[in-house]
Design a protein around this ligand. Sequence first.
Ligand code: KG4
Ligand code: ZN
Length: 359
Amino acid sequence: MIVLGIESSCDETAAAIVNEKREILGQCLLTQLEEHKPFGGVVPEIAARSHLEHIDDIIDHTFKSANLKPQDVDAIAAASGPGLIGGVVVGVMAAKAMCLALNKPFIAVNHLEGHALAARLTSNVKYPYLLLLVSGGHCQILVVKGVGNFERLGTTIDDAAGEAFDKVSKMLGLGYPGGPIIEKMAAVGNSRRFVLPKPLFNSGDCNLSFSGLKTAVRKIIESYSPDGILEHAILPEQDVADICAGFQFTVTECLCQKLDKAISYFKQKYPQGKDLVVSGGVASNTFLRTRLELLAQARGLEFSAPPIRFCTDNGVMIAWAGLERFQNGYTNSLDFKPRPRWPLDENAPKAAGAGGVKA
Ligand code: KG4
Ligand code: ZN
């Protein structure tokens, strides 16, 4: 069984071809990073136009790298939401057009399910498993029970973890995307110098919040400004490093605290479950990965994380999730409408303060 997957929901145009033996037969990825850098974040209109310009070549290169022809695949999957809708539509339309021309089944993949299932391609993770999904747009703790079958235990009620990394980086004038830059600075910083708040730390549930933490960082930066205006602040490099270290440490503490709670629930309700998985762009963070590994060890779970190149957005995770869906008999009709919001657990109650924007 061979599946082509297409990803275009944020700022990566990507495609990949995988088979049921977990082999990646071909892949191609183009990041728009340089196009968005001047704006300090992803500009939806620029993203959509860039996807449109490159999608055909990316798919073409993917087939060439696999030494396959389009008619050789059994199904075509596209990330069909959640995400920036202009970009999502580009990938979905490309997939649908190919399906129509080649008479192949179309599979609408939830981008978050792509992140969630990536670890099953790269390591031998079995259902059910506990998942921390941390990306630029989402921050959730879920039990992955099977394909299209999730129980959400917690979510951020405001910013996603990656979003917080990006905003703190912007406030410090470090650039975009913030995660990798903050991680690099934090490596030479003292995480204990600035003690930052841990919102919802003792709330008793598995929900998270990063907006107060971000505001605390803002106040520290403003204290370096002669007139209190953030943009006028002048910080010595060591102080920047110390702020980055304190921020990264605090985010990690919050995530580990809530995961610890989630593990207790998971072990009780799903005693057959053995794995703790982290996925999404923030899962590239080595400090976080190390701490999660220790937590898993201490609680008797196996820790898995996809290789860093499969943590950030990519076509391989969409192809793999598409393949798992196809194996389970899930295909979609060509009139499937892309979904800008698409929660993995449709039954999860809205978290108080979520403002209806986080899925
Ligand atoms: O999964 P992803 O590529 O896109 C979304 O679906 O959102 O995640 C991108 C996010 C960005 O916010 C970026 O700052 C963050 O992942 N990120 C990191 C690291 N690398 C990427 N955050 C912390 N540490 C990193 N090393
Ligand atoms: Zn993503």
